[in-house]
Design a protein around this ligand. Structure first.
Ligand SMILES: C[S@@+](CC[C@H](N)C(=O)[O-])C[C@H]1O[C@@H](n2cnc3c(N)ncnc32)[C@H](O)[C@@H]1O
Length: 275
């Protein structure tokens, strides 16, 4: 079999869901197999009742990848992170009384969007890869179930809206009057981080979605469809997106934000978007 990705389902109660996805995406569906024993396929999307996860095959494979908002690093950051002092907040312009509506045009597994929603912004997330979209949608769904016991988390999730589309098409469909305040771009970049954890994510992502070679085209489109600013997240040493100089930059340890300002953000803003 030449397909590097297949679906895997070992649970009768999830079989219908797995069959539907396999048919929708024309991917093979494996049943009742252990990932360690699969050798002719690189990654499987494991459909189970508790979660949908992306898993590398083979005996030495790292653990599965899923969108997760209620445990681990993202959850810890929500509860104990630096709040509005975080670099991402400054880049986007979130501060007390200023909550721009953000369009995250490269949603991925939704980590950055979740931080922005935690800080009070409404976020529209656009993801074009059907498999990444499926992982993110599953993570949001699980988080919503969990949030029935956690009103604060529930409110955060209410501010997150997911769309499966190519952002270039999405942006072009926007009409003046319904532009987002800020457009956030974090396209895939090869050799971006060093930690084992991110490498694992990136290996899977590169296989799934490629290297976002068309990312340059997003910047002029974003600049033409945002009210106040466009924010591009890049590895610290990466070249500028579309070779275009930003208004200013914020630099962190491993990544930086290139900020392209169009107009000064107002002193007070609480835009919940219109979709
Ligand atoms: C590096 S990941 C984003 C990670 C994300 N910021 C996070 O915090 O999880 C880039 C994602 O953008 C998506 N992407 C790239 N170009 C896109 C486009 N034109 N439209 C929609 N999604 C796009 C890719 O499929 C990939 O999932």
């Amino acid at each position: 079999m030449s397909n590097p990705i297949a679906l895997l389902c070992n649970h009768p109660e999830s079989m219908l869901h797995a069959e539907t996805l396999a048919m929708q995406w024309s991917l093979p569906l494996l049943r009742e197999l252990e990932v360690e024993t699969i050798s002719d396929i690189d990654f499987v999307l494991v459909v189970a009742p508790h979660a949908i996860e992306l898993q590398q095959t083979g005996r030495k494979a790292p653990g599965p990848i899923r969108a997760e908002f209620t445990e681990g690093a993202v959850d810890h950051r929500r509860k104990f992170g630096g709040g509005k002092g975080q670099m991402i907040a400054k880049a986007v312009g979130i501060k007390a009384g200023v909550y721009p509506w953000v369009l995250d045009a490269t949603a991925g597994l939704g980590k950055d969007s979740f931080v922005l929603a935690t800080l009070g912004s409404t976020v529209t997330m656009i993801e074009r890869s059907p498999i990444v979209h499926c992982l993110l949608n599953d993570g949001l769904q699980r988080a919503r179930d969990y949030a029935l016991q956690d009103p604060e988390l529930f409110a955060v999730l209410q501010r997150m809206h997911l769309v499966q589309q190519d952002s270039r098409d999405y942006l072009q469909s926007l009409t003046a009057g319904n532009f987002p305040d800020v457009i956030y771009l974090d396209p895939m970049f090869p050799e971006r981080h060093k930690t084992a954890d991110v490498k694992k994510d990136m290996a899977a992502f590169h296989l799934l979605v490629g290297k976002d070679e068309d990312a340059d085209a997003l910047l002029p489109l974003a600049l033409a469809h945002a009210n106040y600013r466009v924010v591009v997240k890049r590895p610290r040493k990466a070249p500028l997106l579309n070779n275009q100089a930003p208004s200013y930059q914020l630099e962190g340890k491993s990544s930086r934000y290139d900020i392209y300002t169009l107009k000064k953000l107002p002193e007070r803003l609480n835009n919940t978007g219109d979709i």
